[in-house]
Write a protein that binds this ligand. Structure first.
Ligand code: ASP
Length: 342
């Protein structure tokens, strides 16, 4: 049986930081020296190849152009590797994982994002375990086929569907959660896969959608939200879709000016998607009086999607040219396991 092969894609972030031999400060490491920093990687029964962004970034600087580059790297190398590991900063990892899940349609191989809370070059780092296990999972085959045909995040012993994750801790090693979908695998002494939670092998051909639209936006509701702020965002001429981050099961302040502003936006062709500010549970428009009129106005209930997934899905659907009814249908359907059917 041939050894599995994994492409390691380095984008930057804390995971790639080591102490500079001269100054002692933390600096991004040079991927060419990965085996000096992590000799353990050589012991894995996996063929590993490496590629890096030209300029590694703090993931706070991630843009759709970076996602396009990552999707392009995976597309070009897809036939040659059994799996892919993306080393990424934690701050926007859930956004990138969500974006890639939509950009890579009919993905038949694992794409695992991982990072760390402490730099690779520090004594108590979590980078080593995260990276080694992510590579092991990316290389894992079942009956000679990749075991995990989806984009996932591996962090502190949990493998999670990428578009279900959110970063919830700046402090703990256990920094990510998948509040509305069970973990896909847990790494203890053995890596235990939860096969019922993992997506099925895709039926269609692998297709990469590199473009993401920049015509989406986000409006969080909060006590005291002003008409000026809402009309400022909804009035942006190029806006084609907005994610409304609401209270609880999808509630907004019951104010005529807000309902009128949403109605006018929908009338202008702007899609409005309702996601909850709660991390667990889903939007149920009409459960309370404060959300009852939203469905009638054409506001789309975002079920249990995270903000990160809803935004990435919006950018993807708009780039595909999906509008009005088609956008509504796709937004409320599960395209990559990003929402639970109600
Ligand atoms: N700011 C860093 C980043 O997201 C934090 C991290 O890597 O954990 O790139």
């Amino acid at each position: 049986m041939k050894a599995s092969s994994v492409l390691l894609i380095y984008t930057g972030g804390t995971i790639g930081m080591v102490h500079d031999g001269v100054s002692g400060s933390l600096i991004p490491f040079d991927l060419r020296h990965i085996y000096d920093v992590m000799p353990e990687l050589k012991r894995l029964p996996v063929t590993i190849d490496f590629v890096s962004l030209d300029v590694p970034i703090d993931s706070s600087d991630v843009t759709p152009a970076v996602w396009e580059r990552l999707a392009g790297i995976i597309e070009v190398n897809y036939p040659d590797f059994d799996g892919f590991v993306v080393m990424h900063g934690t701050d926007t990892m859930a956004y990138t994982a969500s974006a890639l899940s939509f950009m890579l349609e009919n993905l038949g191989k694992p794409v695992i994002l991982t990072g760390s809370q402490l730099p690779l070059g520090t004594l108590r780092t979590d980078a080593r375990e995260n990276l080694i296990t992510a590579v092991e999972i990316a290389a894992s085959l079942a009956n000679d086929a990749p075991r995990l045909p989806e984009v996932a995040v591996y962090f502190e012993s949990k493998l999670m569907r990428g578009n279900r994750t959110t970063k919830y801790s700046t402090e703990n090693f256990d920094a990510f959660d998948s509040p509305n979908h069970p973990v896909l695998a847990e790494a203890g002494i053995h890596i235990l896969y939860n096969s019922t939670a993992i997506l099925q092998e895709p039926a269609g051909p692998f297709t990469v959608h590199r473009r993401m639209s920049d015509r989406g936006g986000v409006v969080p509701v909060f006590p005291g939200i002003s008409p000026d702020l809402v009309s400022g965002v909804l009035g942006v001429e190029s806006l084609e879709a907005v994610i409304l981050q609401t209270y609880g099961s999808g509630n907004i302040p019951r104010q005529d000016w807000l309902l009128n502003a949403l109605e006018a936006a929908v009338h202008r062709g702007v899609a409005v998607v309702n996601v909850t500010q709660c991390s667990r549970g889903f939007v149920e428009q009409g459960l309370y009086e404060n959300s009852r009129r939203l469905t009638g106005l054409g506001v789309i209930g975002g079920a249990d999607m995270t903000l990160e997934a809803a935004l990435a899905k919006t950018m993807h659907l708009l780039a595909l040219g999906c509008r009005s009814e088609a956008f509504h249908r796709a937004m409320t359907a599960s395209l990559r396991g990003e929402l639970s059917p109600v």
